[in-house]
Design a protein around this ligand. Sequence first.
Ligand code: 5CA
Ligand code: ZN
Length: 409
Amino acid sequence: MHAWPASEVPALPGKGRDLQIHDTATQGTITLAPGPVARIYVCGITPYDATHIGHAATYNAFDLVQRVWLDTKRQVHYVQNVTDVDDPLLERALRDNQDWTELAERETALFREDMTALRMLPPQHYIGAVEAIPGIVPLVERLRDAGAAYELDGDTYFSVEADPHFGGVSNLDAEAMRLLSAERGGDPDRPGKKNPLDPMLWMAARPGEPSWDGGSLGRGRPGWHIECVAIALDHLGMGFDIQGGGSDLAFPHHEMGASHAQALTGEFPMAKAYVHAGMVALHGEKMSKSKGNLVFVSALRRSGVDPAAIRLALLSHHYRADWEWTDEVLAEAVARLERWRAAVSRPDGIPADALVEEVREALANDLDAPAALAAVDRWVERQIATDGDDESAPGLVSRTVDALLGVAL
Ligand code: 5CA
Ligand code: ZN
């Protein structure tokens, strides 16, 4: 699949800082020191509805990760998937009496437009579940042949007991895992499973549903977790730097994915850091496609909101916080954007070298975007109140805000 166009990232003077980031698996902050090429996998959308502010907030977090790495002069190898076949997509297509492939294509196209407008850096490999199927089948066969998977009425399940590290990503107790498994696409109550938590790797063809050649597995379609593992291992290999997504993916998705990969390769861990963004709510409840309490990025854009203001609204919350989208959040961002633009439109101003370092430090410290915004706010206030004569300052501030925060002033 093609991704979307990249906006240019200006180079900044001086030296970027290594990223310290909170890792869900070790429940602490770790300093990542990738080689010359940093590797990141971020779970992509299930394209049955348009990109909402919750999605955008999560992708914003991982965009910042890349900007911190690029600032250290590293290259970034970024992979993202599109879950272009799965139960919720097929259910929505059936409900609305439309072709599931057309639905997926249309919503993926809109996602690309939204990501471009928000200046999110594109992945180098943007891979759909359907196109990944030829790579998924042999992985499932290998797991089965190694005794890490078993058949149940034609479906193939992964055995969580095959991974000695199972449970180490999300750190939940058995009861919490069981509840979340039922809520998030699992089937803990299906009779005949070795462990209620075991997730499906390959689902045998169901009448009226699309299916593909699964070799010795029979016709069917892939489970959700193996999709991301196949794509990540194919394009990044084991031991990549960050596996990312929203906090609702820690269990079961990232837990199961890590187990699949560890059982397949015998290596540990799949990712050096498991990084999770908080959930954005609307009217007191998590914004979610299934509940329908959504604010779409595309609808905001259509109503004339500057994408840079949307981005500033996302940046005004720490990525790990759960927060609520309100009209005030957006109004504040619109006002901030106006102030910042007025400040950098002056021909000269007060020096900004210290500001570059403050923004760098804030982001390197577990992506503290609110602290970065506060630093720019302080420069802007002084710039408006003082008659400085540093001709390079406004340009340097614009480049810093662009390079590190993805906001075009
Ligand atoms: N296709 C799978 C991942 S492989 C999936 O979860 N798709 S999704 O469309 O449901 O979500 C895409 C990303 O947005 C995930 O990282 C998810 O955790 C995140 N996300 C979904 N809802 C919210 C929300 N309300 N706030 C923050 N992030 C969210
Ligand atoms: Zn995923």
